[in-house]
Design a protein around this ligand. Structure first.
Ligand code: GLN
Length: 552
């Protein structure tokens, strides 16, 4: 570490002397829901009045997940400052309503890139650059940098991957060092899995014991164990785990499969997770967390009896994580409308003129999903024509909005080959075209129009009515846009451009007045829907779907 870095690290420590760091690791298998446990803990600490943020380290070499195919890693989430991030950041925001930024999601690729940039600048003064200390120092710097950005009481850091993975090793080493340096201002929550063997009719804790041993080999003694299980764990089993793993019995917490992820904070609270975290980090727990609004949402979510059928037309329907933020936004909106969401994924590649009626007739509302490329696009046009002509509440998001525009051009404005230049660079009606500033860009990573932009809505629009205001700010992730040259022709034919960016005048929202609810957004409202603040457009769409379902 050079002199300058040393002094800035010292300032960090002085300023955030009381920031506490919670590291969440996982063992046995992946996909146990570290993100949900981290989010639930953050929710509980926030509800007790602490200032909290959550960070995720992803142990892959991509700089960010922006260039990853959704089949690889599910949805790409976008932060306000335009960072393409892991979908767990979506959970963090939905549970906590705090805004995350690029400092909240860091990959191995970014750590290495920063270190290599420093090496090229000569910052290491001739030293051999190594995983320890240079990579681990960069990881530690990233943890503390986040704390400094917001003067947080707690920074929760989720370490992606599973203990024992080669990729996670430098992160675990950094955690080991930080725990040593920070004393009781740091603790480790380890999440494992307790399988139930049907044939033996037994729950097995051995994988948990092995996983804790691996963590101990890396020099980390977990303070709290969260055991994922499909069956209730007997108290004797938790005591046994405590004994084998050097953890106090009350700090062995079970995480039973829940009917909804939004119950997990309550399940964790009922077993004292927040209290134990506070006590172990030297805080005195006072009273109970204020979960009134959270419980109100849960009562609505779980109390809803009448079903609402929403179709989601997209090409990644086998992989529901690809549309995570949309499905969660719909679930928030349905709950607040006292409806039980029945979300039907409809494969756009398999939609034809022959089956469109059969697939869509039962829907009370339909979302046309975002996406990239030609695959499945014709199915979206077929769906849109049917939905528009049958006046079903329809919500197009990003590519979905672009498809609304193209379908309208083809079938109402009679421009038969209208298209986006993304799909057909030679179309004679490029109603959706590449943004001017995108034309010279050849790099794929982080080069789209990303993050939050202002949008001004027309006062008399459906969108303004939904938001209850005309100045909004939503997040984007796209390269193509509505072609301004066609605006007048669309407006004359009945599709209005009702939202635009005040600086660039890019069209952000289109709607067809006179329809029940037919609206498309160039932005992604799903990135800003949280449990306590559902996105107004999703709520408005859901209300339209509810009233449509009652008319039928
Ligand atoms: N492919 C479209 C574009 O780049 C839409 C992107 C999206 O749906 N996120 O503009």
């Amino acid at each position: 570490m050079n002199a300058e870095e040393g002094s800035s690290a010292q300032t960090t420590e002085q300023k955030n002397v009381e920031t506490k760091y919670i590291f969440v690791t996982g063992g046995v298998v992946s996909s146990l829901g570290k993100g949900i446990i981290s989010s639930s803990l953050a929710r509980l600490l926030l509800s007790r009045g602490y200032k909290v943020t959550i960070q995720k380290f992803d142990p892959y070499i991509n700089i960010d997940p922006g260039t990853l195919n959704p089949y690889e890693h599910g949805e790409c989430y976008v932060t306000v400052d335009g960072h393409e991030a892991d979908l767990d950041l979506g959970h963090y925001e939905r549970f906590t309503s705090i805004h995350t930024t690029r400092a909240n999601n860091i990959t191995t690729g970014r750590i290495y890139q920063n270190v290599i940039d420093k090496e090229r600048r000569g910052d290491y003064l001739g030293k051999t650059v190594q995983i320890i200390p240079h990579i681990t120092d960069e990881i530690k710097r990233s943890v503390k940098l986040l704390a400094r950005q917001g003067d947080y009481d707690y920074v929760i850091t989720e370490i992606g991957g599973t203990v024992g993975d080669i990729e996670s090793t430098p992160f675990l080493e950094a955690v080991r060092q930080l725990r040593w340096e920070l004393g009781r201002n740091a603790l480790c929550v380890h999440l494992t899995y307790v399988p139930y063997l049907k044939a033996a009719k037994e729950l097995k804790t051995k994988p948990t014991q092995h996983s804790v041993k691996l963590l101990q080999q890396a020099g980390i003694q977990p303070d709290i164990l969260v055991l994922r299980t499909e069956k209730e764990l007997p108290a004797s089993m938790c005591r046994k785990v405590a004994q084998f793993c050097n953890v106090s019995p009350e700090a062995v917490i079970q995480s039973l499969d829940a009917p909804t992820i939004y119950e997990v904070p309550l399940m964790m609270h009922s077993q004292g997770l927040d209290r134990i975290v506070l006590e172990k980090t030297g805080e005195v727990p006072q009273g109970e967390p204020d979960l009134e609004a959270w419980n109100h949402f849960l009562r609505k979510l779980e109390g809803a009896e009448k079903e609402i059928h929403i179709g989601l037309v997209g090409k990644y329907v086998e992989l529901q994580d690809a549309y995570k933020s949309i499905s969660e936004s719909l679930s928030h909106a349905a709950a607040y409308c006292d409806r039980k969401l029945k979300l039907v994924y409809i494969h756009s590649e398999k939609l034809t003129e022959d089956n469109v009626e059969e697939k869509l007739a039962g829907m009370d509302g339909v979302i046309i999903a975002p996406g990239f490329g030609q695959r499945g696009i014709e199915g979206k046009f077929i769906a849109l024509r049917w939905l528009r002509e049958h006046d079903v509440p329809t919500f197009g998001i990003c590519l979905g909005m672009q498809c609304m525009v193209i379908e309208y051009a083809r079938n109402v404005l009679r421009m038969a080959d209208a298209n986006s230049t993304e799909m057909d660079p030679h179309t004679s009606h490029n109603v959706i075209d590449l943004m001017e500033e995108q034309k010279s860009i050849s790099n794929m990573g982080g080069t789209m129009r990303l993050g939050a932009y202002d949008c001004v809505l027309k006062e008399d629009s459906l969108a303004a009515g939904a938001y209850g205001r005309t100045d909004i700010r939503e997040r984007h992730r796209h390269r193509f846009e509505f072609n301004e040259d066609y605006r007048a022709r669309f407006e004359e034919a009945g599709m209005r451009c009702v939202g635009e960016n005040p600086d660039t005048h890019l069209v952000e929202v289109v709607e067809v007045p006179g329809k029940r609810w037919y609206l498309g957004t160039q932005y992604h409202p799903e990135y800003q829907s949280t449990v306590l603040h559902p996105n107004p457009l999703f709520v408005s769409f859901m209300k339209a779907a509810v009233s449509y379902s009652e008319r039928k």
